[in-house]
Each structure stands twice: as structure tokens, then as C-alpha cells.
Design a protein around this ligand. Sequence first.
Ligand code: URA
Length: 422
Amino acid sequence: FDAVDVIAAKRDRHRLSPEQIDWVVDAYTRGVVAPEQMSALAMAILLNGMDRSEISRWTAAMIASGERMDFSSLSRPTSDKHSTGGVGDKITLPLAPLVAACGIAVPQLSGRGLGHTGGTLDKLEAIPGWRADLSNAEILAQLEDVGAVICAAGSGLAPADKKLYALRDVTGTVEAIPLIASSIMSKKIAEGTGSLVLDVKAGSGAFMKELAQATELAETMVALGKDAGVHTVALLTDMSTPLGLTAGNAVEVAESVEVLAGGGPQDVVDLTVALAREMVAAAGRSDVDPAEALADGRAMDVWRRMIAAQGGDPDAALPAPKETHVIMAPSDGVLGRLDALAVGVAAWRLGAGRSRPGEQVQAAAGVVLHAKPGDTVRAGQPLIELHTDTPERFARAEAALEGAFDIGADAPDLPASVVLGR
Ligand code: URA
């Protein structure tokens, strides 16, 4: 095969053959196909698309680039959740222990944030002592003992995706549905979960701004799961405004613990329970009700054991920011819109996220909201609280929030639930 022929085929809107796909993914992973060639191919795919069988083969080739984990020795069924990424999306933190409390093993192999969406591992690292890196043997032992693991995906899973994602990130080729779907599903299928629930987000804070695009991404991923024999379902959920009242690291851990303690913002509780119900059903245990396991404290027990198993102290105080700055409501009225992307960018600029891979994040950085769309506010009341250890970051965070909210006389037209569809 020749890389230029493969690029030209997709440029000219032809289907790539299975052999071409296997070759180009493998040759790129081994360094035989050059990054400039793969970026040209990624752009051709972004512009001209791939059909279902091409995407399925591309996904299989990325899985074949690395190891596959195997959870078949566990005494319980496995289920995992993947979110396409949002602002304030701490759902994995309460969800994994909740589903484990229902008798399902939850292998939640996660990533770090890059850009305006936070990373689950960055959030959990706000807990003193907690460590993200576990060996495969430790993952299996913890799944058997505790039932839930949230840890870093090892470099052995789908290395082709790791390399390709980094290239897409710097070549304007992230936003291609075939590439996003195969990227996400190759990692989840290689991880070896028995069933998978996808939380596909739509709105300003999501990759997919429109519900129609999010629906297409969800359908593509569900089909890939089916092709690979992994029972997969998807929920479509709203990401026009942040989830809950916090976006950042320690602040999101604290809010997750509130949910596990039976409180917390209603949208976070609702989405956690909705996803838990899907995971429990996908794993064949529709007889158990996650709402009960949340209410009676079983999910909190699993959380404490899960954090302790990874070296964390569930009772330790979380890091507090050195500086805070409060943005006040400029007028009386009803908060109509609070833009998810703007809040995500503000949290990121405060130090909750990184602008280069490998950069340190601040555990205490983030945003705390004092009102959500639909709430009545009074002029001069606190609206948005900014947290950071480095106050020179306040100005750029405030700039991100300019024009990010409306306060009006009338109640806004809001979705009835954070879950928009299934
Ligand atoms: N998340 C991924 O893992 N891959 C993508 O391509 C986009 C989001």
C-alpha cells in the first residue's frame, strides 16, 4: 500500500477497503505513515466521511493496535459509562460507586481534561493521597473487592487512538463524527466492558452543539458497540448550561460527595440516577433500583472504599483556593441563560484545566454558581464565584464570562429534564 493512494481515495470520495484501513492505522502507529500524511487523511475523512462498515473496520484496527483487557474472571457483570464531555460533568464520581452498590463491577478507565472540559482524574487528584495509575492486576483486584475503579487508561489500550487524537487536536480534525466515534469506542471496547452506556451531550459546552449532530454521533457509537458485541445504549443530554453548581476540581469532588450523601443539585442527581438505571439494566440487573442504593447510603460506602483503595483519604479536607472573586448579578430578574462553554473556559483559565498536555492543574481552581437558569436573582447578589491560587488569572476568566448570561423579566424556556432523549 501507499499512503498517498489511501489519502487520494478518500479525497476523491471513495470507500476505503478493509485492507487499506488496517494498513494505514497500523503503519501510522508504527511510524511508517508520516504525521503529515495521517493529518491529510484525517481531513479527508472529516470532509468526506466514512460509511458504517469503514468506521467499524477503523475502530477494529485501532483496537488491534494495543492490548485488550478481560474482565471475564470477575464474579459480577461489568458496565461502564462514557460521556462525550461537558462542563461541570462530575457524574462519573457518584455514578461508579452507585452502580457498584447495585452489584455491577464498574471499570471506569478515564482521561485528563484538555481544553474547556475537565478531566475526571484531575478532579479526583484533588483528594489528598489518591492515585490514578493502577496496574491491570490492581484494577481486577479492586473490581472484585470494591466493585468500582476510576483510574487512568493505561498506554496499552488503543495506542493508535492516542497518537491520532494528539494529531487531530492540532490539525483541526477533532470534530469528525467517524473519528470521534471510533476514538471513543476503540478505547471502551479494548477495555473489555460487558456493557456500555453513553452520555452524548448536545449544547454550547459539548463537542456537538446541535441535537441532530449529537444524535448522529450516538447512533454511530451504538452501532459500533453492536458490531463489537458490547451491549451499548446512549442517552442524549443537555450541555447548554453547566451540570450542577460547580466546574473545576475540588469543587466538583465536594458536590459529588453531597450527591452521595443524599443532597446535591437536582440535575446532577437526576442524571446520575438515569445513567445508573441504564447501566444496571444493560448489565442484566433491572431488578435493583439505584435510587434506593443512593438514598440508603450504600453508594457512599462504596465511594469511601473506592477512594481509600487508591490511597485517598475520604475524610481529608479538600484544598481551598488562595483567592476568590465574586461576580454579582447586575440587575433583578430571572436568570435566562448561563452558557456552559463560557463557564468551562473560565474554570480552565482559573487553572482547573491545562493548555498544554502534561501541565499541572490547580486542585482548588474552579467556578461555583450561585444561580442556575430559571432562578430569580436580585441586583448585587453573588452570581458566580471564581476560585484560583493565582489571582492574575481572574481578569481572563471574567473576560470569558462576558455576555455568558442573561437576566430578564420572563421565565426562560428550559428543557424539562437534563435527559433529552434515549
Ligand atoms: N473523546 C475521545 O476520546 N475522542 C474523541 O475523538 C473525542 C472525544
